[in-house]
Design a protein. Structure first.
Length: 401
């Protein structure tokens, strides 16, 4: 398309809550793709759990949290991309959008966005390379089960006159994708896969459709595909309507809110192993209206092991699995050895001290436990029974046993 190679190429990952965006991104980053990739991770909550997972695979990350890059944080996204294009620290950027984000406003930022600080137009220094949407194939048919009769039949509308909902959001995420990843095939029935493919092909017949289990796709299918062609969208009714629209934050448009529960810093202490077992039992937490929960735990019987908590969709199952060691605590221990290695040790020391300062700023570091903490983000719809106060009370009871 005669594009200028000097502009920084950017791929954007979209997909509803729990679709597997972070898992896919980690798979891609772990492969030998031969690029210096900067990862920008967007989270609607005030704690960015996904960025912490990605940090294991990439030291080059930027987090944008407490909002969505398609509306409240769009200016922050433009600023971060303009900075990345100017400092030479990467030759490709992958952006992971929040699960309730709409891709079209993000795409418009590449045509219309201007950095408020420098006045630089984003289109002069960066280009949109691809729009990738990840789909939870097992859950997908349920989200569209009432679409034929309108979103109100699904009870996802905000008011009697509101036509928005999860089906509409998923449609928006799919309609402007250049690639669509049907993920979690290992959990989906053949009928669910067929139903998802039918809807996807109907909404976006030109997109490349990829199949994946556990987010495992080739990095070549995600990075540097040069699939995005703005001329296919900039002259459409949807583009013009979005350009003239006063954008309502997705948290308001879809009635989705987030809640963070944390015990860190001076309040940090290990969870008794018996309480961890209790947390995994059905009914341990009031999960009504829950769309997503994710976080980190540490327990008294395995102090160095980081435990990952995961709840996807409106299910009653809490998945708890062992993850990596607590990252900063482990690196702080290495610093003690690094001090004996002269320049290499000093470089490691400076890096760890910077991470500790960042954790201290948000109250997530203690001299006794380091960065070990209990940290959970929960996302749901109040109108469907999502009750942050009741969840916090249940968590407090488990941790105070």
């Amino acid at each position: 398309m005669g594009d200028r190679p000097a502009r920084l190429a950017v791929g954007v990952l979209s997909g509803f809550l729990g679709a597997g965006k972070t898992t896919l991104l980690n798979h891609v980053l772990a492969q030998p793709h031969g690029r210096r990739v900067l990862v920008i991770v967007n989270d609607m909550s005030d704690i960015n759990i996904d960025e912490q997972q990605i940090a294991r695979h990439s030291e080059n990350t930027v987090e944008l949290h407490n909002g969505c890059i398609c509306c409240t944080l769009r200016a922050d996204l433009v600023k971060a991309l303009v900075a990345a294009a100017g400092d030479g620290r990467c030759d490709y950027v992958l952006v992971e959008s929040t699960g309730v984000g709409e891709p079209l406003p993000v795409a418009q930022a590449f045509e219309l966005g201007v950095c408020e600080e420098s006045g630089v137009k984003l289109k002069d220094v960066a280009r949109l390379d691809a729009m990738i949407t990840v789909v939870d194939t097992e859950a997908f048919p349920r989200y569209f089960s009432g679409a034929a009769g309108g979103v109100q039949d699904m009870d996802w509308g905000r008011t009697e006159s509101d036509t928005r909902g999860v089906a509409r959001l998923l449609s928006d995420q799919l309609s402007c994708a250049t690639s669509i990843v049907l993920n979690k095939l290992d959990l989906a029935t053949p009928e669910a896969v067929s139903a998802a493919e039918e809807v996807v092909r109907c909404l976006n017949p030109t997109a490349t459709v990829l199949h994946a289990r556990h987010g495992a796709v080739s990095s070549d299918a995600i990075i540097g595909t040069a699939q995005w062609d703005p001329s296919q969208y900039t002259d459409t009714d949807a583009w013009r309507a979005e350009q003239d629209r006063i954008h309502t934050p997705e948290t308001d448009a879809y009635g989705i809110s987030s809640f963070s529960w944390m015990r860190a810093g001076d309040q940090a202490r290990p969870l008794p192993a018996a309480s961890l077992a209790a947390l995994a039992r059905p009914g341990a937490l009031p999960l009504g209206g829950m769309l997503r929960a994710k976080g980190w735990l540490f327990i008294d019987s395995a102090m160095d092991q980081r435990i990952r908590l995961n709840v996807t969709g409106a299910c009653e199952k809490v998945d708890i699995v062992a993850d990596s060691r607590w990252r900063v605590t482990e690196r702080a221990e290495l610093v003690k050895l690094g001090r004996k290695l002269k320049s290499k040790g000093q470089k490691l020391l400076a890096s760890v001290e910077a991470e500790i300062a960042k954790l201290q700023a948000r109250g997530a570091w203690s001299e006794e436990y380091g960065d070990r903490r209990q940290e959970i983000v929960l996302i749901g719809r109040v109108e469907d029974g999502f009750d942050p106060a009741a969840i916090a009370q249940s968590l407090d009871a488990l941790f105070d046993q």
